[in-house]
Ligand binder design. Structure first.
Ligand code: NAD
Length: 473
C-alpha cells in the first residue's frame, strides 16, 4: 500500500514552481514511487542562481542579529509542521517515524547553536602607534548545498543554517532519492526569509554537477561519496569555488582487552546499526581482542536480536529498509562475497516478506582485511567483526585505509583508551561511543573522507573568507 502526499515544488526567487520533467520518489518499504516531484531544468537553475546573486547583498548587509532572528523563526515553523515533515522523511528515507522526528530535532539544534552564536567578532592583530590590522570574516556569496539520502533533513540543516547565519544565500540540491522533505522545507522557509535567500532545486546527479560548474555559485558544501566528492572538487577548481566535502568513511572501532562485553555490547551494536547502518560515521569494522571475541560477538548479537525491521510508519518497528535499490544491491553483494570467502554470517535478523528494500541485520565474523566487506564502505545493516591479538597491530590495521572519518576505542580504562585513540587517524575519535555528531563540535574527515568541517565555530567559518584591513598610522 502506498501513502499519498502532496508533491512540494521547487522554490525559486521566493515562489514555488513545477517543472517539465518529474522525478518519481520511491518509498523504500514498498519499492514503488509514492510521489513525483519536479526536477529542475538547467534554465531553472540559472534563474535560481541569478535570483540568489540578486538577493545576496541585502542579506549580507542585514545585521547578523537580525539574520539569526529570522533563522530562529525557521525553528518555530518546522516545529509547527513536525508531524508532516517526519512522515515525509519516513516515506522517502524509510527510517521509523520516531527516528524521523529525532532527525528533525537534531536539525533544529543547528538553529539553537548558530542562531545564538556571537558571530560579529573582529580579530585585532595589531593596534599601536604604527597602525592597526584587523581580520574579519566575510560571507562568500551563493552557497550550493548538495545533500545525500541518509539524513535528508539533517544534512540540509547542517549546511543551510550556518551558511545563512554567516551571511550567505543558499541553493540546496537534495539527493534524487530523497528530495521531498527538503523541497517542503524550502517551501516553508519562504514564509520567514526574504525571496531567494534559500532556494531548493531537486534533480539528478547532473543537476549537482551543474551547481559545481556554475560561475554564479561561490561555494559548494557537499555530502556524499568519496568518488563524487573528487568530481565536485575537480569541477569546483575551474572557478576556484570553496568546497567543504563530507565524504564516506570506513570507521574502525577497537575494543580493548578490559572491556566488559555486557556493558559495551548494545552500544557497539548501535554504533554500527543506527539508521540501518546508513551513517557516514557508523562503526564499519570492529576489532576485538581474541580473548574477548566470543563474548563480544554474543553481546552484540544479543542486541541485534532486539531489532524489529519493517516499514517506518508501522508501530513497534525499530529499523527500516535500505534506502534505495542500488544500495541494497551493494550491501547484498559485499555480504554474499564475504560469506563466499569463508566469512560466517553468525547473526541474521528477520525481514518482512514482500517488496521493499529489505536486508536482514547481519553480523559477520571470520573475515579480515583483503575482503571487500572489510575494506570498502557497505553503508547498510551489516558489520564485520575482526579479531586481533596485539593492540599496536589493531591500530595499524585500523589506520590502513584511505578513509579517516571517525574511529572509536572501547575500554574501562579511559586514559588507556584515549591514548590508543590518539593514534587513530580520523577526524573524530570517540571513547566508549560512536558516532557523536552535534552542532557544537567540529565534524569532518581526515584523508579521503573529506575536507573541512561542519558544526561549531569552525563550521561557521567554512562559509566565510578572511578579510584583512591594514591601516598605517
Ligand atoms: P553520492 O555521492 O552518489 O550522491 C550525493 C549527492 O551528490 C546527491 O545529491 C547526488 O545527486 C549528487 N551528485 C552526484 N554526482 C554528482 C556530481 N558529479 N557533481 C555534483 N553532485 C553530484 O552519494 P551516495 O553514494 O548516494 O551516498 C552515500 C555516501 O555518502 C556514503 O559514502 C556516505 O558515507 C556518504 N555520507 C557522508 C556523510 C558525511 O557527513 N561525511 C554523511 C552522509 C553520507
Amino acid at each position: 500500500m502506498t501513502t499519498s502526499v502532496t508533491a512540494p515544488g521547487l522554490t525559486i526567487a521566493g515562489r514555488v514552481y513545477g517543472a517539465d520533467t518529474m522525478l518519481p520518489v520511491v518509498d523504500p518499504s514498498v519499492g514503488a514511487p509514492f510521489v513525483e516531484v519536479p526536477a529542475a531544468s538547467l534554465a531553472q537553475l540559472d534563474e535560481a542562481v541569478a535570483a540568489a546573486n540578486a538577493a545576496f547583498p541585502a542579506w549580507r548587509d542585514t545585521p547578523a542579529g537580525r539574520r539569526q532572528q529570522l533563522v530562529r523563526a525557521i525553528k518555530d515553523l518546522v516545529l509547527a509542521h513536525l508531524d508532516e515533515l517526519a512522515v515525509l522523511i519516513t516515506l522517502e528515507q524509510g527510517k521509523p517515524l520516531a527516528k524521523a522526528r529525532g532527525e528533525i530535532q537534531a536539525g533544529l539544534r543547528q538553529v539553537d547553536y548558530f542562531g545564538g552564536l556571537d558571530v560579529d567578532t573582529v580579530e585585532v592583530l595589531k593596534d599601536d602607534e604604527t597602525g592597526r590590522v584587523e581580520v574579519r570574516r566575510a560571507p562568500l556569496g551563493v552557497v550550493g548545498a548538495i545533500t545525500v539520502w541518509n539524513y535528508p533533513f539533517l544534512v540540509a540543516m547542517f549546511k543551510m543554517v550556518p551558511a545563512l547565519v554567516a551571511g550567505n544565500v543558499v541553493i540546496i540540491k537534495p539527493s534524487p532519492f530523497t528530495p521531498v522533505v527538503t523541497l517542503r522545507l524550502g517551501e516553508l522557509v519562504q514564509e520567514v526569509l526574504p525571496p531567494a535567500v534559500v532556494q531548493v532545486v531537486a534533480g539528478g546527479d547532473e543537476l549537482g554537477a551543474a551547481l559545481t560548474e556554475h560561475p554564479g555559485i561561490h561555494k559548494i558544501s557537499f555530502t556524499g561519496s568519496v568518488e563524487t566528492g573528487k568530481r565536485v572538487m575537480a569541477s569546483a577548481a575551474r572557478t576556484v569555488k570553496r568546497v567543504t566535502l563530507e565524504l564516506g568513511g570506513n570507521d574502525a572501532g577497537i575494543v580493548l582487552d578490559d572491556a566488559d562485553p555486557a556493558t559495551v555490547g548494545a552500544d557497539l551494536f548501535w554504533a554500527g546499526f543506527s539508521n540501518g547502518g546508513q551513517v557516514c560515521a557508523a562503526l564499519k569494522r570492529l576489532y576485538v581482542p581474541a580473548s574477548r571475541f566470543d563474548a563480544i560477538c554474543e553481546a552484540v548479537a544479543a542486541e541485534a536480536a532486539t531489532v524489529v525491521v519493517g516499514p517506518g510508519l508501522q508501530d513497534g518497528v525499530t529499523a527500516g529498509p535500505v534506502q534505495n535499490a542500488p544500495q541494497l544491491e551493494r550491501v547484498r553483494r559485499l555480504t554474499e562475497d564475504a560469506v563466499r570467502r569463508g566469512g560466517e554470517a553468525f547473526f541474521r535478523g528477520e525481514v518482512p516478506d514482500g517488496p521493499g528494500y529489505w536486508f536482514p541485520t547481519t553480523l559477520v565474523r571470520g573475515v579480515a582485511e583483503g575482503v571487500p566487506l572489510v575494506d570498502e564502505e557497505p553503508f547498510g545493516p551489516v558489520l564485520p567483526i575482526l579479531t586481533y591479538t596485539d593492540v599496536d597491530d589493531a591500530v595499524a590495521r585500523a589506520n590502513a585505509t584511505d578513509y579517516g572519518l571517525g574511529a572509536s576505542v572501547w575500554s574501562l580504562d579511559l586514559d588507556r583508551a584515549a591514548a590508543v585513540g590518539a593514534r587513530l587517524v580520523a577526524g573524530s575519535v570517540w571513547v566508549n561511543q560512536h558516532p557523536v555528531v552535534t552542532a557544537t563540535v567540529p565534524f569532518g574527515g581526515a584523508k579521503q573522507s573529506g575536507i573541512g568541517v561542519e558544526g561549531s565555530r569552525h563550521g561557521l567559518h567554512a562559509y566565510t573568507d578572511l578579510r584583512v584591513l591594514s591601516v598605517k598610522r
